[in-house]
Ligand binder design. Sequence first.
Ligand SMILES: [Zn+2]
Length: 93
Amino acid sequence: MLQSHLHSLIAKAHRYQGEPERFELTAESPFIVRVHGANGDHSVALNGDHLVCDCDGFAQRGERICAHVLGVEHHYRTRLPDGAVTWPFAAPA
Ligand SMILES: [Zn+2]
């Protein structure tokens, strides 16, 4: 993954974290959150003990991570399992 892409993803996730109105819990079991993203809504679901998203970056590019799952992990961190988001690279300090 390009470093610049990673930086923009993290910046976007941080922005979402400061905007809790973007997150809308639509189902408890299974756990599904509607994320009102900058470019449209996305659905983030807890699949087993991992968060998955329906956006292009997560599924189609196979990155397995996006600003939406990062935002959801942060917003609902008290009720999600540890490691709900898998970083495909070393997490920044
Ligand atoms: Zn996403």
